[in-house]
Design a protein around this ligand. Sequence first.
Ligand code: ADP
Ligand code: 5GP
Length: 199
Amino acid sequence: MMQVLPLQSGATTEECPPHGRLILLTGPSGVGKGTLMRSLLQRHPELYYSVSVTTRSPRSGEINGKNYYFISRDKFEELVSQGEFLEWAEFAGNYYGTPREAVLNHIRCGKLVMLEIELEGARQIRASFPSALSIFILPPSFPELEKRIRGRGQDPEDAIARRLRRAQEEIKAADEFDIQIVNDDFETALNDIEAALFG
Ligand code: ADP
Ligand code: 5GP
């Protein structure tokens, strides 16, 4: 069955206040980006979270349209060729991308638009949106990062190995981003993100 993505959001440019902004959360897999993002969205429902598109299989409990739009590689490549992504990248054997229209419409509508993406995509966004606020989340240590990826208990061993190899490279890039936050104590990290967003 053909999958139809709601890449076009309901937001329109009419009657929208200006001054939306793109907020970029990046950092290695397992550092806690998703968990921080969920808590942030609970505290601030006015934020718009951009649901990404991926070719990865859903983890248990993940819901299509909420966590990701899960699609085939063929469909993803078709969307790439149609220019439907603001950025996209291959990560640990799967494609991930940010739907263009929904994000642009919400920025036009004055929203703080939250992206939670890996390094390559984050670099693409920084290049095309210099005014985006970019936040790099660091682990307190590499062994702790490995513990978190394993503790999540959701990835097969080969995927864990790929993610850990990639994490070493990603962490080296932390200084490219506007703000670096160490996710050691969760509440402290969450408060630091809030301070970066709302001052
Ligand atoms: P990411 O989205 O960056 O891949 P997740 O949000 O899935 O990472 O977090 C990976 C694991 O680490 C989860 O099991 C999560 O509960 C745990 N975690 C997140 N933040 C912390 C923290 N500050 N201390 C300990 N464990 C954490
Ligand atoms: P996971 O498979 O653990 O959900 O995500 C793997 C990595 O892909 C994470 O670092 C996550 O932030 C990143 N990611 C999620 N969505 C996107 C996206 O739309 N674009 C890019 N470039 N990376 C994404």
